[in-house]
Design a protein around this ligand. Sequence first.
Ligand code: NDP
Length: 247
Amino acid sequence: MSNRLQGKKAIVTGGSRGIGAAIARRLAAEGADVVITFAGNQDAANQTVAAITAAGRQGHAVQANASDAAQQASAITQAAEKLGGIDILVHNAGIFQGAPVTQDQGDSYDRTFATNVGGVHSGTAAAMPHLHDGGSVIIIGSINAHHSIMPGLAVYGATKAAVAGLARGWARDLASRNIRVNVIQPGPIDTDMNPADGDFSAALKPLIPLGRYGTADEVAALAAFLASDEASYITGTAIDIDGGVSA
Ligand code: NDP
């Protein structure tokens, strides 16, 4: 593993499981100290922190509901204080609730927007006093921002389109400080949210040209690249990592 991120200070929201946990481990393996946030799964959060410290880096976990703006802001501030500033901010925490518009939507619109968009907005705002010049902000969006792969994904897709819009705007806002803002847009990735042997997999697999789900580690590799100086001319963009689904 390279030392591309040696000495960097990173926050990963939703770092207890899935894509966020893989990103936290990868950033630590490349030299970053990492604070994760999580919603409620303390055991999983402890496991990620143990992996970070096993890599020889500083690791902490802060419990915070990303959909609550005050909790999210407090978590980011605590994390920045533990780390001594922020170089890398990864907004990964997100939820999926899907139902076609013909069905009762319950509170899924409010909950999904509050978590997937509200948490990104409040967290970025809270990070501003702590984010170092030359830093990197990465948002985990989804190919559903531009490609509605199956019915029932309208609200989820709309949240992911919204964060792509935030990223483009923030890239302009922060460019004078050489802070880059980008979105990673995964297709089907094998996690608790979307298991490769789960409810959606039979419908999804035939739509994936590479013929398989992606792994959280494959997404983490892209995040580490975007966080590093090797991506120094990439900002304001969204990169699909989807096995060719949206080709
Ligand atoms: P998982 O459900 O496997 O993990 C979700 C993580 O986010 C957990 O660490 C969880 O914490 C945390 N989390 C969930 N809700 C909140 C909240 N309200 N506040 C704080 N933390 C929260 O999801 P994935 O790893 O699959 O997804 C991660 C991101 O990637 C999401 O933004 C998702 O939309 C996106 N994505 C996923 C795809 C996939 O196919 N898996 C495809 C495209 C995008 P805890 O462990 O405490 O519950």
